[in-house]
Design a protein around this ligand. Sequence first.
Ligand code: UD1
Ligand code: CA
Length: 455
Amino acid sequence: MHAHVILAAGQGTRMRSRLPKVLHPLLGKPMLLYAVETALALKPERLVVVVGHGGEAVAEALKGHPVEVAWQKEQLGTAHALLQAEGLLRGFPGPFLVTQGDTPLLSPKTLEALLQRVREGAGMALLTVELPDPTGYGRILREGEEVLGNVEEKDAPPEVRAIREVNAGAYAFDGLLFQALKEVRNENAAREYYLPDLVAIYRAHGKKVVAVRGVAEEALGVNTREELARVEGVLLGRLRAEWMGKGVRMVLPETIYLEPSVELAPDVTLWPGAVLKGRTRIGEGCEVGPYAVLEDTVLEPGARVLAHTVAQGAHLHPGASAGPFARLRPGAVLMEEVHVGNFVEVKNSLLHKGVKAGHLAYLGDAEVGEGANIGAGVITANYDGKRKHKTEIGKRAFIGSNSVLVAPVRVGERALVGAGSVITQDVPEGALAVARGRQKNLEGYALRKLGEEEG
Ligand code: UD1
Ligand code: CA
């Protein structure tokens, strides 16, 4: 049994952003939620998140997660932040885990190791790592196995700055915690109440303080945009490796972006620059071409998306293909063997088996029957300025190039629409509809005109 507190009230000045630091997304998910999920993995009795700067937005992002929120009205430092959880945790005997909302790569296993040390009798355990470049982190002072203290960068003389063992910002404490916190002073360069000062305070109470050595990567804290990018890179690297391990082929993997919510099957091929977001699901043998962007899109086994296609909320059935340069919007459903080609936009439309729309078309709020052919430049005029209307195109119908189908309208099975028609009435099954000005040829007119000009 333990309680966990996550500190997330800081401003994050170094991010230079309006967005509170802990809400900056990593692979589409706010940084803070990584810390929350890691905390929940250890099943804490209580989980408190301390919010403050941008606290309304931070609390909103926490909605739906089993956490309690404590407020730090003024950001006076990490020790002060932790003290704001006291009211909620009054009477809780400990042990306590404390982590930071800006350290998303910590693993539950490492936190468990910290807790374990306190359960075994230490008063306080903290995670330390050795970094080639310790800039920005608190430096650990020790005498052999014993941790004597922590010195923040701002307060450190050069010989202390040279120390490469740093405080990773993850701690476990026994029941003395809140009493000890009240002894923290702010006599330092930042005039802040430093949480790591608890090392010295616990020692003064005769308690044992121990360090657990972790791997450097886990301790990566996010204070700057550059660190945010580095952490996102680590998360991406892990995801790519995981999917490649499960049989996905990635060409130039370091150029491929994907989110943890995406699902891939064996023998999927992802070409360079592919971007896969949200609830995208890609089936066996599918191919995603270079620079394609797929969000909340399903590719059934054997479907293909060619270069530079952008799809959002689309569903491609086996053998369907889209692109290059296709745009599939929410509700675009491409059944088996459908092909949608370059500069074709499809929205809220069902394209039955074998439909072809090869070039430059817009299909919105339409149902297109099996085997129908949509010529280049065909437009469903689905919007009258107030409402959207439906277009129905029958099986094997052929819609000539540059036709406008003014919805609501139906084109029957096997009907033909002549190129350049503006169709405002239903076309019966098997009929030919031509709705355009007739061609008139004026014999010799062009030559006469030319003669006048040349004099
Ligand atoms: C902190 C540690 C440093 C450690 C590093 C590891 C202190 C004083 N320093 O430094 O030893 O090496 O983390 O990443 O603790 N926060 C609040 N309220 C505040 C101030 C901060 O809630 O008043 C929160 C922030 O939102 C953040 C966390 O505490 O999630 C750490 O604050 P930050 O200012 O980033 O501390 P560091 O300078 O990184
Ligand atoms: Ca930090």
